[in-house]
Design a protein. Structure first.
Length: 191
């Protein structure tokens, strides 16, 4: 969300139409992210046949896009943090009936995979990056063992972690977590 002062500055400093290069610098995003926003239609633009300066973007459309974003809080030193999203109340322990529902989901999700999995197989199953899974193992959140320089995790140990409050209450979740686990927890909390 922009302030009136920021809007006026953008309108004063930029012409009526800008290029992709000006767009990604103005929005402080990467070139790839800018191209994705433009080609997907999130930010309206005109795509020309030219090799350079292919995108022509109206400055008012950029302002509308920046207004649609949540306000970013800046910490001292310049690091930016996004506002925290509203989440369900933290589960301090997982009740048996919720645990049974989640265990059935995990059994169904992990059924096509071997009994002892590596981080890449777990990543394919639950949608988290394999580096995140290795980090969880290194921190001791997931029990694992190493064979030939690769971490191995048996399904029961993985399911124990997936049922833990540490996993269910984390702030950053994968799409699989949002679409498979969160609705079960929401239904259970509302019933």
């Amino acid at each position: 969300m922009l302030t009136k002062k920021e809007r006026d500055r953008i309108l004063r400093d930029y012409p009526e139409t800008i290029s992709k290069e000006q767009f990604y610098k103005l929005c402080q995003i990467s070139k790839n992210r800018a191209r994705m926003l433009l080609t997907s239609g999130v930010v309206p633009c005109q795509i020309t046949r030219r090799a350079t300066h292919k995108y022509v973007i109206a400055t008012v459309d950029v302002i509308a896009y920046l207004d649609s974003l949540p306000r970013i809080r800046r910490k001292r030193g310049g690091a930016a943090t996004m506002p925290k999203q509203a989440r369900n109340p933290a589960l301090t322990n997982v009740p048996p009936d919720l645990s049974d529902l989640l265990r059935a989901l995990y059994d169904e999700t992990l059924e096509p995979f071997p009994d002892v999995m590596d981080s890449r197989q777990i990543s394919d199953a639950i949608g988290y990056a394999d580096t995140t899974i290795i980090k969880w193992c290194s921190e001791g959140k997931i029990r694992s063992f190493i064979i030939q320089k690769a971490r191995r995790i048996p399904k029961p140990w993985l399911i124990d972690f997936l049922l833990s409050p540490a996993f269910l209450n984390q702030s950053a979740v994968s799409l699989w977590h949002q679409h498979a686990i969160q609705p079960i927890i929401d239904d259970w909390l509302n019933s």
